[in-house]
Design a protein around this ligand. Structure first.
Ligand code: OFO
Length: 163
């Protein structure tokens, strides 16, 4: 069965949100490059790639269900932060917001009795648990290394290992 108009619109909005997430993480990567924290920059670039994948998974789903993908403008992300901690705090807050957007999509799927989309969205519900946990863990680690530049450099090296 083809995707309904309401579900199609909601997913198109989410494609925009995912692409914005990628753009935001890329801006965070640029900030870290400028701070010479290459490991943090690497982590952010990987995250930006993941967001692109999230967007493309929605993109392909709409197309497969006979819908029409309509791309929207992506707003410019912020370019500067007060500290590495402030960056990851914002990333964590952002992921919490994205989780609520996914809940919103699920609500639409429930209201529309779109069972296929409900199943499809399960993957994103699980993924958001990981997205929130990853950034929140780094927030905690950054809090622990505050005022200890050596420890920050070690954490930076650790984040540079992200595959
Ligand atoms: Fe797409 O999960 Fe982050 O934003």
């Amino acid at each position: 069965m083809n995707i309904g108009k309401k579900m199609e619109k909601a997913i198109n909005d989410q494609i925009q949100a995912e692409l914005y997430s990628g753009y935001m993480y890329l801006a965070m990567a640029a900030y870290f490059e400028a701070q010479n924290l290459k490991g943090c920059a690497h982590w952010m670039k990987k995250q930006a790639e993941e967001e692109q994948e999230h967007a493309m998974k929605f993109f392909d789903y709409v197309a497969e269900r006979g819908g029409r993908v309509t791309l929207q403008a992506i707003q410019a992300p912020k370019t500067d932060w007060a500290s590495p901690l402030a960056v990851f705090e914002e990333a964590y807050a952002h992921e919490q917001k994205v989780t609520s957007l996914i809940y919103g999509l699920y609500e639409v799927a429930l209201k529309e009795k779109d069972y296929t989309s409900q199943t499809f969205l399960q993957w994103y519900l699980t993924e958001q648990v990981e997205e929130e946990a990853d950034s929140s863990e780094i927030v905690e680690k950054l809090k622990a290394v505050q005022g200890a530049p050596q420890a920050l450099l070690m954490l930076d090296r650790e984040l540079g290992q992200r595959g």
